[in-house]
Ligand binder design. Structure first.
Ligand SMILES: Cc1cc2nc3c(=O)[nH]c(=O)nc-3n(C[C@H](O)[C@H](O)[C@H](O)COP(=O)(O)OP(=O)(O)OC[C@H]3O[C@@H](n4cnc5c(N)ncnc54)[C@H](O)[C@@H]3O)c2cc1C
Ligand code: SF4
Length: 329
């Protein structure tokens, strides 16, 4: 592990000054320090955000939830008003990492977590466009069981690893940031960047931006949403495939609003718009659900080892929606 300097600012302005002089932000440290130990991240100066005032609040009003960026994953998962208002948030958090990590990790850090691509995390592989722009991609043609099928490019096929982020994409969350230029609000749909030709650019943040919190509107489909994660073992494992699904029905049983986001299969948390469009306004019969679910992977570009997800994802969508409609009846 390398040496670095450490500062614990008491204001956003002081944190911003640290960032401007080349520092790296630190939340709970569960991602950053891991990468520093592996020699992938090389922070010269670490700016510990955890004592900044005002970023550790959770507030649920009649219309939205507001979540400070320094809230720990475990605290948000256990928050009674959040569990009642937006159960998919807690479900996604409890399906993430381990209790020890959830006790340390912050919501801001969770949103900014880096890929788990094994080639990215092993410095002995020289070719990784995300780590070393222009160097190539060791994963393409390599072992690709955990890599993405959606949103990939010829430059990077790394899967987005987060769980909470998938729920936030289904819930149409808004990310709030602060920089010396002032506060900004950014749709979650614009926050994560697909790799394209610049995989090293992962988030739509400017160099001085600090994530300060989240807002989630309380629409009926969001309030009924759930998160389901499939993985190789029952806990402490990243998603093989996951879904955050929200649904509301009209009085005559048609789909009024539907939100479907997928994890474990795409380079960014993936909103399955074609599936939603096929069901919106329709009666969610078993045949309609199956036909819509089949559209989810229409644009997928599988690699050698991940073709099984072409069938896994539609089955997950079909099962989840069928259970939700059964529970609503
Ligand atoms: C063994 C293991 C298993 C895991 N399993 C899962 C899993 O199943 N699902 C899942 O979703 N995650 C999983 N994770 C990832 C874990 O959730 C993240 O490491 C954690 O959420 C990061 O939060 P942190 O506060 O510790 O971030 P840090 O490590 O402190 O920071 C992470 C990144 O975010 C930046 N950052 C931090 N806070 C801010 C801010 N406010 N504004 C701007 N930038 C900021 C940092 O500079 C850094 O680049 C796992 C991690 C480990 C180590
Ligand atoms: S998939 Fe992306 S992160 Fe993984 S080696 Fe290729 S460029 Fe790097």
């Amino acid at each position: 592990m390398m040496d670095f300097s450490y500062m614990r600012p008491a204001s956003l302005e002081a944190a911003g000054a640290g960032l401007a002089s080349g520092g790296t932000l630190l939340g709970g440290g569960t991602g950053l320090l891991d990468l520093a130990r592996l020699g992938i991240a090389q922070p010269q100066a670490v700016i510990d955000l955890t004592r900044l005032p005002g970023l550790d609040r959770i507030e649920v009003t009649g219309t939205e939830a507001r979540i400070g960026a320094l809230i720990k994953m475990s605290r948000l998962a256990a928050h009674p008003a959040m569990r009642a208002a937006l159960p998919a948030v807690g479900q996604s958090l409890l399906a993430s990492a381990s209790p020890q990590i959830r006790n340390m990790a912050t919501i801001g850090g969770n949103l900014l977590q880096r890929t788990r691509c094994a080639y990215f995390r092993d410095a002995s592989f020289g070719s990784c466009n995300r780590r070393n722009p222009g160097s190539g991609c060791a994963a393409i043609g390599g072992v690709t069981r955990g890599h993405a099928l959606l949103g990939t490019s010829a430059h990077c096929i790394a899967t987005h690893p987060g769980d909470l982020a998938v729920a936030l994409v289904a819930l149409d969350a808004v990310v709030e940031t602060w920089s010396p230029d002032g506060p900004r609000a950014l749709s979650i749909h614009d926050f994560f960047l697909a790799p394209g030709a610049t995989p090293e650019k992962e988030f739509a943040l400017a160099s001085g931006d600090i994530v300060t919190g989240l807002r989630i509107p309380l629409a009926p489909a969001a309030q009924r949403a759930r998160y389901v994660k499939l993985r190789d073992r029952a806990s402490y494992e990243f998603a093989a495939a996951s879904i955050a699904a929200g649904l509301s029905l009209t009085d005559d049983g048609r789909v009024a609003d539907i939100r479907i986001a997928l994890g474990g299969v795409a380079t960014i948390p993936w909103r399955a718009r074609a599936v939603e469009a096929a069901l919106r306004g329709q009666r969610p019969t078993p045949a309609a659900i199956a036909a819509a679910a089949a559209l989810a992977m229409r644009e997928a570009e599988p690699q050698h080892d991940n073709r099984h997800k072409l069938a896994l994802v539609p089955a997950l969508i079909e099962r989840t929606l069928t259970e939700m409609i059964g529970d609503a009846a």
